[in-house]
Design a protein around this ligand. Structure first.
Ligand code: ADP
Length: 808
């Protein structure tokens, strides 16, 4: 129980751990994506800052060129003045450092594209095809895409501004300051986000203006920028597309086979877009503490689960060990009980056997008869104790099982009633047996176990009643069907006017070894009977109920759902009253008794010889086999455990020899376990007879296997008794399967057909016809007619079926 609770507790802890871990993991994922989003936004902001710096730098350059363009000197468009002015400006102005550092050359372009520059003065080339010139002539200050300088032959960008006419306010030329592309790259390279990050710039067509990879870069050998929109790396092409569309954002991409963050933003000062490639660790590195916490939680969860699993495994091993030890102890106990029971049964066989033999002597005095009766009862009591202890051991080992078989109910009840009536009469109590009408004749039940329950409950009723009466009521419900099976409910009620049971004790009486302790009512018993009975009734699918009042009496009751056997499997069990059998008709039968104990053999000899059997004895299996081959007996009764060859080997040998293989062999053993019983039947035994041998069990077996017609004391020919379901112990008549004298089977077929289809008119017609056949069938036909009058076709069918079955 504690173990189960522990397992339950651990399941709860384990499940809670898993649930918490899953929620923690969910929380971690949500938190991580939130933080990451934040980190990305921060990164983009920083990149934005860097991009602004580039913008500022370009705007500053544009302003510088514009302010030059707006000087009166430039507006003269006279290179003799402008050239020296620009050269002078480069040398003398306060911006000298900035200019020489940034602009390495200035040019002045005339409206027709011819130009002068500070390197060659008048150039023979023409710049009218340059976009920056065309846009300047439209009044725009621009930053050009890279080109190869016409006079310098190096990659350059031009910052071009229009020179306005002082009179017409129209552009009359342009001035442009040229910057080396390397200088722009220096500016772009200032943009970074941690180690390993790099920036690149694309123009409005997707061509690379600045990039650390020279293969992608505009240069002298590659005077047109490679267009990244068509790049073979799809991630780079996608980013290029975003940039050309002047979008901004940050995302994770696989560039050159590596996961990288890329942030991209458009520039304001030029038609360009800047991208910054950032290694993931520069951004995600800040997630490390969170990851560490998550890993710690994961580690803890795994350790917890591992720990629980270890504890569980350990406990299971312990449990298995304990179970194995308990099974071994249980096995040893069962073995011990089986052995001790065997040892006790053997002397009991002699005691009970000889008590039965001597009781049948006619010459003994009443005093001797009384003494014998005490010996017999004490032996029986001892036997009950042994059986009870064995049953409890079986219940504890969960080995008690029901073995239902077709049983003649009236015979079973009559047998029980006979036993109890004697006990009640001896105590001066009235015993009432009140069977209900229409009790089924045959039922499927473990007859031995039902008898055991009834004898226990009735025995208790007698035991705990000082005066008054003990009553047994048995009733049945109408048959109901669940094709192909038929069922009915049988209720049993055992009522006494005895001492009653204290209400507080009622719940304990079904516990093993529980006796309600009251010194004045202390009587013999083990306190096992009710516990066993309750278990048996439970296995039969019901519960024993009790209701009791102190000083007034008790009622024990239970109601069983019983299956009825199909008609052709019914075989009435004749229970001859053993005490009245004095012999059998026909030729003498020879019985071989094989038992290593002379006292057991002599009990059987003492019981059977007076009935006219010829008995041969053998003291072991080998001897038994030899004797069987010599004498060819009609039946063999053998013990199981014997020296030389045992009962099983004897059975096998007998079944293998043609001369004797058909002889019925009854195994009689003091070992009463189901295993031995089944093993002997498997080895070829015809039946099993437990020791101590009871003559009421022995004779029916002999009658069955030797097909005997018994002779009874007094009325030897009486085969059928009249209708009375409450025979008294003193009745010396044999009971029969049916209480009615029945017509021969061939006269029953039409009746059976009519009953099976519920044709009441035809049933009545047949009942009248059968009565005409012989007056002795009157009671049978009267019963039929009374049922027909009640239109109870179900009861008629049961009645006809059981009557037919009782004839087989
Ligand atoms: P045993 O009869 O061997 O003591 P049981 O298990 O059959 O054991 O009964 C347990 C106890 O229940 C009895 O000792 C008795 O105290 C009480 N008991 C059982 N049946 C009756 C009854 N009919 N009337 C009064 N007490 C009873």
């Amino acid at each position: 129980m504690t173990k189960r609770r522990n397992i339950f507790r651990r399941i709860i802890i384990g499940a809670t751990t898993v649930v918490i871990s899953l929620s923690a993991y969910g929380g971690y994922r949500a938190m991580r994506s939130l933080i990451l989003q934040n980190l990305k936004e921060n990164a983009l902001l920083e990149v934005q800052q860097g991009v602004n710096d580039i913008d500022q730098w370009l705007i500053a350059r544009k302003t510088e060129v514009e302010s030059l363009a707006n000087t009166p000197t430039l507006r003269t468009m006279d290179w003799s003045l402008v050239g020296s002015y620009l050269k002078e400006e480069i040398k003398q102005s306060g911006n000298i450092v900035a200019f020489s550092d940034v602009f390495f050359i200035f040019a002045m372009v005339e409206p027709d594209g011819s130009f002068y520059n500070t390197k060659v003065d008048r150039s023979a080339k023409n710049a009218s095809h340059r976009e920056y010139f065309q846009r300047a002539m439209q009044g725009e200050t621009t930053v050009s895409d890279p080109f190869i300088g016409l006079e310098t032959d190096i990659p350059t960008i031009a910052i071009a501004a229009p020179i306005w006419s002082p009179t017409t306010s129209q552009p009359i030329g342009d001035v442009n300051g040229n910057v080396k592309l390397d200088r722009l790259t220096q500016v772009v390279n200032q943009l970074h986000y941690g180690e390993g990050s790099y920036a690149f710039v694309l123009n409005s067509k997707g061509g690379a203006i600045a990039h650390p990879n020279p293969d992608l870069l505009f240069n002298v050998d590659q005077p047109t920028s490679p267009i990244l929109l068509n790049h073979r790396d799809p991630a780079l092409a996608t980013i290029a597309e975003h940039m050309v569309n002047r979008q901004q954002g940050i995302g994770i991409h696989t560039l050159d086979g590596e996961r990288q963050y890329v942030a991209y933003l458009p520039l304001q000062a030029a038609d360009w877009s800047v991208a910054l490639v950032i290694p993931p660790e520069n951004i995600e590195g800040q997630l490390l503490p969170l990851n560490a916490i998550a890993l710690t939680v994961l580690g803890l969860t795994l350790s917890m689960i591992a720990l629980l699993w270890r504890v569980q495994t350990f406990e299971q091993q312990q449990l298995q060990k304990t179970k194995t030890a308990a099974e071994a102890a249980n096995y040893a106990k069962s073995e011990f009980l089986a052995n001790i029971s065997h040892e006790l049964r053997t002397p009991l066989n002699s005691i009970l056997g000889y008590a039965q033999i001597l009781q049948r002597e006619t010459s003994i005095t009443p005093k001797q008869q009384k003494g014998l009766s005490i010996i017999y009862q004490s032996g029986e009591h001892l036997l009950t104790l042994i059986n009870d202890v064995l049953d409890i051991a079986k219940i504890e080992a969960r080995k008690l099982t029901m073995q239902p078989h077709p049983t003649h109910l009236t015979n079973l009840l009559t047998g029980v009633v006979e036993i109890i009536r004697i006990r009640a009469t001896q105590k001066g109590l009235t015993f009432n047996y009140l069977p209900g009408e229409n009790l089924p004749q045959h039922i499927l039940i473990d007859e031995r176990r039902l008898r055991q329950v009834l004898i226990n409950l009735l025995g208790n009723a007698v035991k705990f009643t000082r005066q008054g009466s003990v009553t047994l009521k048995v009733n049945s419900s109408p048959t109901h069907q669940t094709p192909p099976k038929k069922f009915c409910q049988l209720s049993f009620e055992i009522e006494d006017t005895g001492i009653g049971i204290d209400p507080h004790e009622l719940s304990h009486i079904f516990q093993p070894f529980e006796q309600v302790s009251k010194s004045h009512s202390k009587v013999e018993g083990t306190g096992l009977g009710l516990a066993i009975s309750q278990q048996i009734v439970t296995l039969m699918g019901a519960r024993i109920q009790v209701c009791s009042r102190i000083g007034e009496g008790s009622t024990f009751s239970f109601c069983l759902e019983i299956e009825l056997p199909v008609a052709d499997s019914q075989s009435p069990i004749l229970v001859p009253s053993a005490s009245t059998i004095i012999g059998y008709k026909g030729e003498r039968k020879t019985i071989l008794i094989v038992d290593d104990r002379w006292e057991n053999r002599s009990v059987l000899v003492g019981l059977l010889e007076p009935l006219g059997f010829v008995l041969i004895e053998a003291e072991n299996g080998q001897d038994g086999l030899d004797q069987a081959l010599i004498h060819r007996p009609d039946l063999v009764i053998t013990d199981l455990v014997m020296p030389m060859i045992d009962g099983y080997a004897l059975l096998q040998n007998t079944r293998q020899r043609d001369a004797i293989k058909g002889i019925p062999v009854v195994v009689s053993s003091a070992s009463v376990s189901m295993r031995d019983r089944q093993a002997s039947l498997n080895a070829g035994a015809s039946d099993f007879l437990p020791k101590p041998i009871s003559i009421t069990e022995l004779l029916p077996l002999l009658g069955k296997h030797l097909k005997l017609e018994w002779q009874y004391e007094g009325k030897p020919e009486q085969k059928l008794e009249q209708s009375d379901s409450t025979p008294s112990v003193n009745e010396k008549q044999p009971t029969n399967a049916s209480p009615f004298i029945l017509p021969p089977p061939n006269e029953m077929s039409v009746l059976y057909h009519a009953a099976s289809i519920g044709n009441i008119t035809q049933i009545e017609r047949e009942a009248h016809r059968i009565r005409e056949l012989n007056e002795s069938y009157r009671s049978f036909t009267e019963r039929l007619l009374s049922l027909a009058q009640e239109m109870d076709d179900e009861a008629i069918l049961v009645f006809v079926e059981t009557s037919i079955a009782s004839m087989s």
